[in-house]
Write a protein of this length. Structure first.
Length: 392
């Protein structure tokens, strides 16, 4: 077991109607003015913003709003949020939405608290020295940003998608009401379940070796998401299934499923980030589209680990050897993706990068990972390009 620090300061308020506690939660921190940050019109049409505003009013907390967050959140809106927060004297940011909204809120928080261009964090030129406090009202179970120390932003200048992480941005609280996810389109639900799975799979495929407790937690989480994702395909208003997936999303990205390991691989996420930057694809769908190609490319470096994944998570019967079991598990995972209408190739995702675009994707990815991606089989630029080609 590797040494580790497990830090999860986020207070979770889980259950029906929990968004009505926003005012008291912000007031308990002594904050006086909130920037409510959100995405499209659904938060307003559903009455959610009105309920949140009323809760803040009852607690005597002033608030301003900034909507417009889109998937693969944009740096330009982050800049607008920083300007608004400074002008209004905001001392707390409340993200109402999914991972994109929370990530955008974190970037705004960094921009207010640090006296340099916030993009310098994501461009590896600076380190944060603080962040405005963040709270989250989750409406999409997916990214796990409501309990994580990471955020991902897309810079429209070059369409570069980059992540930055520090403990400063971990939300002070996260409000998780599964009812708020019941009106999501099936595609978004499936994308979310895929992202949740991948946050644990990235950690699961490490080179530390078997970790009995951490592995068991990760395997149980993945089985839970797979089972409930299938239920939600038929019963989108099933509260218990929504609750299981929502809680799994938070636990998948707060560090729990990586305790005692080397941190995991993360190459699939890095490959997808470039697809998201260039083609603006849905994050979960992009992950599903490239994972099988990554897995087949690297599984010979640790067939026993992939075989364990096949047996423990996907209930694959052991084959003649670990390599055959591993390949059967990869195929079974892709079958699951198809069963929830997720793509398993770039063409199924709706894109067909040219050879020049593949080389550009690989080059950008190599820069983002500072030369080498992943730990199962360390990947250089040529390897990254080969995986993109396989994924076509």
């Amino acid at each position: 077991m590797e040494d580790f620090v497990y830090y999860t300061p986020t207070k979770v308020v889980f259950g029906r109607g929990s968004e009505l506690q926003v005012g008291s939660l912000v007031a308990a921190r002594g904050c006086k003015k909130v920037l409510i940050h959100y995405g499209g019109g659904s938060a307003r049409r559903s009455g959610l913003l009105e309920r949140i505003g009323r809760s803040l009013d009852e607690a005597g907390i002033a608030h301003v709003e900034l909507g417009g967050v889109v998937p693969n959140p944009r740096l330009s809106l982050v800049y607008k949020g920083i300007e608004l927060a400074k002008a209004e004297g905001v001392d707390f940011i409340l993200a109402v939405g999914g991972g994109s909204v929370i990530d955008s809120a974190k970037a705004i928080g960094y921009g207010v608290a640090n006296d340099f261009d916030v993009w310098e964090l994501y461009d590896f030129k600076r380190k944060a020295t603080g962040c405005l406090p963040i709270g989250a009202v989750l409406t999409i179970a997916a990214a796990g940003s409501e309990m994580s120390q990471s955020s991902v932003i897309t810079n429209e200048n070059g369409w570069i998608k980059r992540g930055y992480g520090s403990e400063y941005c971990r939300p002070a609280f996260a409000i998780l009401n599964p009812e708020l996810t019941m009106t999501l389109p099936p595609y978004q639900t499936s994308c979310g379940c895929t992202d949740i799975l991948m946050h644990t799979m990235e950690r699961y495929f490490n080179r530390t070796g078997s970790m009995e407790l951490t592995d068991g937690i990760a395997e149980a989480l993945m089985r839970t998401v797979i089972r409930n994702a299938l239920i939600l395909m038929e019963q989108p208003d099933n509260y218990e299934a929504r609750a299981e997936v929502m809680w799994a999303g938070s636990l998948s990205h707060n560090g729990l499923t990586g305790c005692g390991t080397d941190g995991g691989d993360w190459a699939t996420h890095k490959l997808e980030h470039e697809l998201g930057g260039m083609f603006d694809v849905a994050h979960g769908a992009g992950l599903a589209a490239v994972w099988g190609s990554w897995a087949r490319y690297v599984c010979d470096a640790d067939p026993a680990r992939f075989a364990r994944f096949a047996v423990k998570v996907l209930d694959v019967s052991p084959a003649a050897n670990d390599h055959e079991t591993a390949l059967a598990g990869i195929a079974a995972m892709e079958d699951f993706y198809r069963s929830i209408q997720m793509p398993t190739s770039l063409r199924e995702l709706g894109i067909a990068p040219t050879e020049a675009q593949i080389e550009e994707l690989a080059a950008k990815c190599a820069v983002a990972v500072k030369g080498t991606a992943g730990v199962v089989k360390p990947l250089k630029q040529a390897d990254l390009a080969a995986i993109y080609r396989m994924a076509l």
